[in-house]
Write a protein that binds this ligand. Structure first.
Ligand SMILES: [Zn+2]
Length: 85
C-alpha cells in the first residue's frame, strides 16, 4: 500500500507499514510516531491498541505515548517516547 501524500510529506524514516497505520520518524520532533492511515481523529479502539502493541514490539515495553496532537490536529497520530534505562 502506498502512503498518502500527507505521509510522504512527513516521512524521513519508516519503521513499520501496516494496513491500518504506519510508524515513522516525526520530522518535527525527531522521535517515532504512529499515524493512522485514514484521515480523521477517531480510529477504532482496536486500531489504537494495535498501534500501541506494535510500538512496544519495536521500542520496548518502557515506551510511553504522547497522545496530544498539536501539529496535525485533523489526522490521528501519537508520538512514541522512548525512555533510556
Ligand atoms: Zn512530532
Amino acid at each position: 500500500m502506498r502512503p498518502s501524500e500527507f505521509l510522504t510529506a512527513l516521512v524521513s524514516h519508516f519503521f513499520v507499514s501496516h494496513s491500518e497505520f504506519v510508524i515513522l520518524d516525526c520530522d518535527t520532533c525527531h522521535i517515532p510516531m504512529a499515524v493512522w492511515k485514514q484521515h480523521g481523529v477517531n480510529p477504532p479502539e482496536t486500531v489504537v491498541e494495535q498501534m500501541k502493541k506494535k510500538a512496544k514490539e519495536l521500542f520496548g515495553d518502557a515506551v510511553t505515548f504522547r497522545m496530544k496532537m498539536r501539529k496535525i490536529p485533523s489526522h490521528y497520530h501519537f508520538h512514541i517516547i522512548h525512555h533510556q534505562e
